[in-house]
Ligand binder design. Structure first.
Ligand code: PLP
Length: 371
């Protein structure tokens, strides 16, 4: 690809700190993971962070830490990466989908109440593409019904609503540090929370269920979800530059918005008052007069020109194994389906230049007007 869809921002210092760990010989269970946890908790504005080997692991630990099990229902969004639903299925609990808002692309709080039953235990919302869900409203609904709230903030490191950073809402939040996220550790993730009990349960389960009684003392079912020291060192170094990288993403998003503002056939993302947007990806969508085949033609055309792009996200309730498992079908979540058939994720990364943005915008403009 001439212009890739995503690209991690790796500097010389990132390389050096990882090499230092490799040379030190302490590759696991060391000071780097602790340092990363301390720095991350401080950045998000919470008291605890537990670093793990992926965002999916972090989600799984949280579902278990909240005691969610077979037959329990968890209200969640169908417009997300599959992990936010899979973590519920890992524990034989039941994902109950609620449609999204067409502007924020996050779960629609107004539709949550109707999905609550006597078996509902939690609401697992997602900050879609980095946009903070309406957490104050979600928390109010959860309180009214006695439900726990889990924030999947894997796409939203650095975003904030009302001055509060993503990851800090609900009982706990989750981050993922795959290379396309705002900061990366290669593979990696974290649970962030103010709840000391949740933090220590997650920490124990991520480390083979160990208790305080020593290396071979296992007090509960556990996993090996630990983050290694090379990854953690990279995390510390990346987090130090997080604000700078996020600001560059904000600038790139601004260039796109300038370059595409007058294209009538596409809907651009917009950010409401009181929201700080840490952009994960830059996703536009075709207006409702167009459909999936138009969108797919544009994706193919852009790729043929060497421009990375993708149809983020395909609705979770329409994935084949979810349909088989839960009996979901097309038509159930019309807003999600309307959006998902028309989205185009454009190349987006901190080092992107204005010229690259203009190249992509010109290609998109040309392809759209040829529809
Ligand atoms: C990236 C992501 C995750 C975590 O993914 P991992 O690849 O396991 O780190 C979880 N939820 C959402 C919404 C994501 O985008």
């Amino acid at each position: 690809m001439k212009i890739p869809l995503a690209q991690p921002d790796i500097c010389d210092e990132d390389v050096e700190v990882v090499a230092d760990v490799v040379r030190s010989g302490q590759l696991a269970l060391g000071p780097k993971a602790e340092a990363f946890e301390t720095a991350l908790a401080e950045y998000v504005g919470v008291t605890h962070a537990v670093a793990v080997n992926s965002g999916t692991s972090a989600l799984h630990l949280l579902v278990r830490a909240l005691g969610i099990g077979p037959g329990d229902e968890v209200i969640t969004t169908p417009f997300s990466f599959i992990a936010s639903t899979n973590c519920i299925l890992f524990e034989r609990a039941v994902p109950v989908f609620v449609d999204i808002e067409p502007t924020t692309l996050c779960i629609d709080p107004e539709r949550i109440g109707a999905a609550v039953t006597s078996r509902t235990r939690a609401i697992l919302g997602v900050d879609a593409f980095g946009y903070p869900a309406d957490w104050p409203e979600i928390e109010r609904i959860a309180d009214r019904h006695g439900l726990a709230v889990i924030e999947d903030s894997a796409e939203a490191l650095g975003s904030a609503r009302g001055g509060r950073r993503c990851g800090s809402f609900g009982v706990a939040g989750v981050f993922g540090f795959y290379p396309n996220k705002q900061i990366t550790t290669g593979e990696g993730g974290a649970v962030v929370t103010d709840d000391g009990r949740v933090a220590s349960l997650c920490r124990s389960m991520a480390d083979q269920g160990r208790g305080d009684g020593g290396w071979l003392n296992h007090v509960q079912l556990g996993y090996n979800y630990r983050l290694d020291e090379m990854s953690a060192a990279l995390g510390v170094s990346q987090l130090r530059r997080a604000e700078e990288m996020i600001e560059r993403r904000v600038r790139v998003a601004g260039w796109y918005i300038d370059a595409l503002a007058d294209v009538e056939e596409i809907v651009l993302p917009s950010v409401e008052e009181g929201v700080r947007m840490s952009w994960f990806v830059f996703v536009v969508r075709l207006t409702e007069g167009f459909g999936r085949s138009d969108r797919d033609r544009i994706l193919a055309g852009l790729r043929a020109e060497g421009i990375g792009c993708r149809d983020y996200f395909q609705p979770i309730h329409l994935q084949s194994f979810i349909r088989e498992t839960l009996g979901t079908a097309p038509g159930e979540f019309p807003v999600t389906e309307m959006v998902a058939e028309r989205t185009i994720a454009l190349p987006f990364f901190p080092a992107m230049t204005r010229t690259q943005v203009e190249t992509v915008a010109a290609a998109l403009r040309r392809r759209v007007s040829a529809l």
